[in-house]
Design a protein. Structure first.
Length: 220
């Protein structure tokens, strides 16, 4: 049976979400860009439940996942815990297809499903979103990548998209490049027997991508 989000994960997610909403301009929950992210996530959620239910994964309370977009062209995606996932408009400029967008979403969901927000591991590196500082842990990133590949496979997205995303990641600070290399090697090993599946962006994705990156991205 699936595990529930732990108490401190729920309370921390509420605090982080309130802070982000106060500091950053969020897209409306019903605009096209936000709904498209949710649409991709909604393709992943049932296959996770169908194929991975025996793993005792850490599901958000009330089984509710919520994906919100921040009007900012910097490339960023991060989980707040308890089913709350934030992505910037910059993710649309970064991703070249639905498969890459799905890989980003699957990776962030994987952090929560594995239970990373209920763990208290040593902090290796951080990056900040306003006053919110996110912890980057090599082990957790590798674990999330590995589970994301499985999710993509079950959802019939090309799993190589996760490797493509990691290879394209920007390197904003010292130490992250080494982490990226570790992730690339681990993904290459995991995908060594996977056949190459080309992924091409659909006209719908291209149109929504163009709308996202051409919109207003000024901070509040």
């Amino acid at each position: 049976m699936a595990a529930a989000a732990c108490d401190h994960e729920i309370s921390n997610a509420q605090k982080i979400s309130a802070r982000i909403a106060n500091e950053w301009p969020l897209r409306p929950s019903q605009d096209r860009q936000t709904r498209y992210v949710q649409k991709i996530a909604d393709q992943l959620i049932p296959v996770i439940k169908l194929n991975m239910d025996s793993r005792n994964l850490n599901w958000p309370s009330k089984n509710r996942w919520r994906f919100l977009l921040i009007r900012d062209l910097a490339v960023n995606a991060y989980s707040a815990g308890n089913g709350q996932v934030y992505m910037t408009d910059g993710v649309y400029s970064f991703a070249d297809s639905e498969a890459e967008l799905a890989a980003i979403i699957a990776h962030e969901m994987a952090h929560e499903l594995i239970g990373h927000f209920c763990q208290h591991d040593e902090r290796l590196a951080t990056h900040s979103i306003g006053s919110f500082t996110q912890v980057i842990d090599n082990t957790k990133e590798l674990e999330a990548d590995a589970l994301a590949v499985e999710i993509l496979q079950h959802a019939e997205f090309p799993p190589q998209a996760m490797l493509t995303v990691v290879k394209k990641l920007p390197v904003p600070q010292a130490g992250i490049n080494n982490q990226r290399n570790l992730r690339i090697k681990a993904l290459q090993h995991q995908l060594r027997h996977a056949g190459t599946v080309p992924f091409i962006a659909s006209p719908e994705f291209i149109h929504i991508k163009q709308e996202a990156v051409s919109g207003n991205t000024l901070h509040k």
